[in-house]
Write a protein that binds this ligand. Structure first.
Ligand code: 13P
Length: 251
């Protein structure tokens, strides 16, 4: 059966020292405290190696926030999937709305990134989600369908290593959470879209996370929904106590 997952996305926050301290705090809090979900922290590239050292032996898993669509070579400033893998990371966030919106990442590039991540044994946390206008004009189901379908060139075996994160853009960092019902409806829709292509087994085994102003006070209600398998947490993942509060929503 699919896993419950709580993943933090630190975005472009924390210096190296601050990041190491946050990871340390989290791993201390998790010591001798079995939890009912996988816990992943996705951190800036510059922090990966140091954070890996801090969380070694803990329940925390490590992820990056992006990787290049290119394998290697003359792409100054880029970081490849194999480089990410070589730091000890197991996951990588791809297609975050901030990447799509501010860096113009399109479906073709995201498919290339996903393929490289998978080829390097990284599990992509692949983000989808509509903007406010699309929510308001009622096209959100089609928009998200299109974003998921961008991955449909993957083989079933490849697709079974994908985690999906539904992050309505209007809910990210705005304090405006999707209602648990809105999240459930979209997650069920995504699962149906996946099942149409890959069948019920793969759809049922795909973890679909919710992201967008998720916090300790609303996580329990969101995670209680049958198709919501956890969260991708921005702001609240930067405070160890808040992140723990969200992890504990799976009790
Ligand atoms: P917030 O939790 O800060 O709304 O961010 C969500 C997000 O974008 C996680 O990837």
């Amino acid at each position: 059966m699919r896993k419950n997952i709580v993943a933090g996305n630190w975005k472009m926050n924390t210096t190296l020292d601050e990041g190491v301290e946050l990871a340390n705090e989290l791993s201390t809090m998790l010591e001798n405290r079995p939890v009912n979900c996988d816990v992943i922290i996705c951190v800036p590239f510059t922090h990966l190696v140091a954070v890996r050292g801090v969380i070694a032996g803990s329940q925390l898993q490590l992820g990056a926030e992006n990787c290049s669509e290119h394998d290697k070579g003359a792409y100054t400033g880029e970081v490849s999937a194999s480089m990410v893998k070589s730091t000890g990371a197991s996951h990588v966030i791809l297609g975050h709305s901030e990447r799509r919106q501010y860096f113009g990442e399109n479906n073709e590039q995201l498919l290339a990134k996903t393929r490289l991540a998978l080829a390097n044994d990284l599990k992509p946390i692949f983000c989808v989600g509509e903007v406010l206008e699309e929510r308001e004009n009622g096209s959100y189901n089609d928009v998200v369908r299109g974003q998921v379908e961008a991955l449909f060139e993957l083989t079933p075996e490849e697709f079974s290593n994908i985690v999906i994160a539904y992050e309505p853009v209007w809910a990210i960092g705005t304090g405006k959470t999707a209602t648990a019902e809105q999240a459930q409806d979209m997650h069920a829709h995504i699962r149906k879209v996946i099942s149409e292509k890959y069948g019920n087994d793969i759809a049922d085994n795909t973890s679909i996370l919710y992201g967008g102003s998720c916090k300790p006070s609303n996580a329990r209600e969101l995670f209680a929904k049958p198709d919501v398998d956890g969260g991708l947490i921005g702001g609240a993942s930067l405070k160890a106590a808040d992140f723990m509060g969200i992890i504990e929503a799976f009790d």
